[in-house]
Design a protein around this ligand. Structure first.
Ligand code: CO
Length: 218
C-alpha cells in the first residue's frame, strides 16, 4: 500500500463517518420512514386484538347455536307433541290428515276403532298459502247435513271458521293456513250407529269436493 492510497483510504473512511453522523443523527425528529414506528406497531397489535376478539365472539355464538339446537332436539324427544311431525304415531285413536295449497284432503276415508274412549284428529296444512286464500278445516258431520251446514258456515264467515252454531256438528277444527296445524278431540259416543258421517272442509267452495267418509270399526 502506498502513502497516497493510505491517504485516500483515510479520506474515504472519514467521509463514511461523516455520512453516518448525518444519517444517524439523533437531531432528526422522526426515524427513517422504512422503519416501523411505535404507532404502526400499536396499530398492528390493536388489529390483532380486535381479530382475536371477533373470533372469540363468533366461537361463543356458534356454541350458543349448538346448545339451542340440542335443547330443542331434547325438548322434541321428551315431548313429541311439540314437534313439527303430525301426531300420527299415538295409536289408532289418533288420526292425521294433511292438506295443502289445493282443494283436497290427503285421505278420503278415516276409521276409528269403537273402543277408543276419545278420538283426536290432527289437521296439518303443508302448503304456503294463508288461511284467507286457501284455508282448510276438518269438520265431522252427518252426511245428509253437509250442504246445509256448509252453506250456513259460509254465511257465518271467517271469524266463525265458516261454521254455524249447529248441534249436528260432531267435531271441528278451526280454519288453518299454510304451515299451521290444528287438532280436535271428540268422543265416539256422539256418533249414532245408524247414521252416515262425512268430514268436510267448510271453507267457501271447498265442501263440494273436499270430503271423506268417517267410520267406526270393530
Ligand atoms: Co279447504
Amino acid at each position: 500500500m502506498t502513502r497516497s492510497n493510505d491517504h485516500s483510504l483515510r479520506l474515504f473512511l472519514a467521509a463514511i463517518a461523516a455520512l453516518c453522523v448525518g444519517a444517524c443523527s439523533s437531531d432528526k425528529p422522526e426515524p427513517p420512514a422504512e422503519s416501523p414506528t411505535a404507532a404502526d406497531i400499536q396499530e398492528e397489535a390493536a388489529d390483532a386484538t380486535e381479530a382475536a376478539q371477533d373470533a372469540a365472539e363468533q366461537a361463543v355464538e356458534d356454541a350458543e347455536a349448538v346448545i339451542d339446537e340440542t335443547l330443542e332436539a331434547i325438548s322434541e324427544a321428551v315431548d313429541p307433541a311439540d314437534g313439527d311431525a303430525p301426531a300420527n304415531d299415538g295409536g289408532p285413536c289418533e288420526l292425521s290428515v294433511e292438506v295443502g295449497d289445493s282443494i283436497a284432503f290427503s285421505v278420503n276415508a278415516l276409521a276409528a276403532p269403537s273402543n277408543c274412549s276419545e278420538v283426536t284428529v290432527t289437521l296439518t296444512h303443508t302448503g304456503k298459502l294463508p288461511a284467507a286464500a286457501m284455508g282448510h278445516n276438518w269438520v265431522l258431520l252427518p252426511t245428509d247435513a253437509i250442504e246445509a251446514i256448509s252453506m250456513a258456515g259460509m254465511n257465518a264467515g271467517a271469524e266463525a271458521n265458516y261454521l254455524p252454531d249447529d248441534e249436528r256438528i260432531v267435531a271441528a277444527t278451526k280454519i288453518i293456513g299454510g304451515g299451521e296445524s290444528a287438532s280436535v278431540t271428540f268422543s265416539l259416543d256422539a256418533l249414532d250407529a245408524d247414521t252416515s258421517y262425512t268430514y268436510v272442509c267448510t271453507f267457501p267452495g271447498h265442501w263440494s269436493v273436499m270430503r271423506g267418509s268417517f267410520t267406526v270399526t270393530g
